[in-house]
Design a protein around this ligand. Structure first.
Ligand code: ZN
Ligand code: ZN
Length: 281
């Protein structure tokens, strides 16, 4: 079902195309801003919380927005994987190294999809991956497809990256992916593997990542722990979204932990309950 709390507001993005942006009302803000019990280090740009064996969740402390996304680190025996990268205004790899969470193995970043709250920090990584359908958008730093919008201007950035920074300066930095993904590609981290699942709907190149052995699924913006979806952005497609939901329904019995793009994590049983709502779009 579509969320009844959303209203419409139009905003002109760079270029000629008009994009309708739906802003969440106050009644839903509590869901969106609900923070996990992370180990907060207020002076640091990121908060961190360990959520599973060798899996960590991060949030951007200085992006004070209901759109604040989750960033994940999965550590393997021979390589590490960063899943989603935030808006990219603060040095994510530098923070991870400083915390000694990466640095002794090769690290790759991957975006679950092209939106700026997930792809903004890709350019900070030497190696990063994105689905083939969204590779050109990151190559070009496409402001339309990345949906680079700050909903309340500077107030969302509590600590700007430099003096004089302004939201108008923001865009996702163009960068060349070192790996372009398709369904069934695998990130081999040594003792664990994450398989790419193409989840079109929210965007056409959205992906999920599954660690079948650990029974963990990363869903990006395809599924949150809340019965609403976002299916009205560039390259959103409701028909594709429904097909992806059917797929998620099949997957729900294979996973114990769902790590979404926003809000808190949930389990496979909850996933099973959440999916039917979306099949009646
Ligand atoms: Zn998104
Ligand atoms: Zn998002």
């Amino acid at each position: 079902m579509r969320d009844p709390f959303y209203g419409n507001k139009s905003r002109k993005l760079e270029g000629s195309r008009e994009l309708t942006v739906h802003y969440a009302s106050n009644s839903i803000m509590g869901w969106l801003t609900a923070k996990p019990e992370e180990q907060t280090m207020a002076e640091e740009p990121f908060s961190v919380k360990q959520v599973h064996d060798n899996v960590y969740m991060f949030r951007e402390n200085f992006y004070d927005s209901p759109n604040q996304a989750n960033i994940w680190l999965v550590q393997g025996s021979t390589a590490d994987l960063v899943i989603d990268t935030g808006i990219g205004l603060w040095d994510l790899p530098g923070f991870l190294e400083q915390q000694r969470l990466i640095g002794d193995k090769p690290v790759t970043a991957v975006a679950t999809h092209i939106h700026f709250d997930h792809s903004g920090g890709l350019h900070q990584f030497q190696n990063f991956a994105i689905h083939s359908l969204e590779a050109n958008a990151i190559r070009e730093g496409d402001n339309y497809e990345t949906v680079s919008i700050f909903t309340s201007c500077l107030a969302e950035i509590s600590v700007p990256p430099y003096d004089g920074w302004n939201t108008r300066d923001y865009r996702v930095k163009a960068a060349e992916p070192t790996k372009v993904l398709e369904e069934d590609d695998v990130f081999d981290l040594g003792d664990r593997k994450l398989r790419v699942l193409h989840f079109p709907g929210h965007t056409h190149g959205s992906i999920g990542l599954i660690d079948e052995q650990a029974r963990i699924l990363f869903t990006g913006d395809t599924m949150y722990n809340h019965p609403f979806i976002i299916d009205w952005l560039p390259h959103s497609n409701i028909t594709a979204y429904k097909q992806t939901c059917r797929r998620l329904q099949e997957l729900s019995s294979q996973v114990d932990h769902v790590f979404p793009g926003h809000m808190d994590l949930f389990d496979g049983n909850r996933l099973q309950l959440l999916v039917p709502d979306r099949l009646h779009l």
